[in-house]
Design a protein around this ligand. Sequence first.
Ligand code: R5P
Length: 297
Amino acid sequence: MKIVGGPSSIDLARKISEMLAFPLVNIRMKRFPDGEFYVKFEENIAGENLLIVQSLYPPQDIHAMELFLILHTARDLGAETIRVFVPYLAYSRQDERYLEGECLSAAMIAEIIESLGADSLYTIDVHNENVLKMYKIPVYNLTASGELARYFAKKTLERPLVVAPDDEDLAKRRAAYAARVLGADWDALEKRRDRYTGEIVTFAKDLNARGRDAIIIDDIISTGKTTANAAKILREQGAKRIFVGVSHALLLGDSIRLIMESGVEEIVGTDSVVNDYAKVSVAPILARALRGDIEQV
Ligand code: R5P
């Protein structure tokens, strides 16, 4: 197998290539003066089995277009099989028409990836599992919860408590999984988001957090409101130290300030999103998955 690193995930692709001892394919990408992309494979890939690595964190439309161009070119140049690893699968919110007339953007992304010739898709902690039902090719929704928990396990924690900041089934499964890896307890808060205003309300409940170190585990930090609400509740209930482990640390706008002011000591993200908070790599998760060890919640 050969690894193709897309522009959004070149370091991650390099790590996967080193971990599996599969070579990186040399590609060249640039922009024409009008902004359009130019893509060139610098070596012959006809008959090769490829793994394309490209995360779709913001600017997601640019990263998506890069992925589509690389995928199309790889198929066009005769790659034998193409696995696609998209750690952050953007457009995973809209799997159904919540309001009349809405676009099913998740379905559109699935149609494009499939029609461009992907044979299988690997992703990390997809926001909504229902979007994966839109694919006819095999799709593997891996979890970073274990790797995040292993990061926190290296710290000396006081009776750690893992907290899901909302009580959706997937959020609870991620927290339970991280807690199992850490050998800790876990609990979940209940959260409601207004579909029109985006405002978030988190309902307080007794988390038995007094004197303990807490780790909030979530799939995405976007505006930071979900994390900040959970951290405030934990602080009010006497938690000692509060950490956040998140698969996709988008950290938009004012989110970092909001989270730190709510009493969080450290934000830990993964290299699904390239920023200063990418302290955990998803490379070992993918490497294990390719060897048949699929880590899922
Ligand atoms: C909930 O639906 C998700 O798991 C995340 O909690 C959410 O996307 C985080 O968004 P924000 O940072 O804007 O509160």
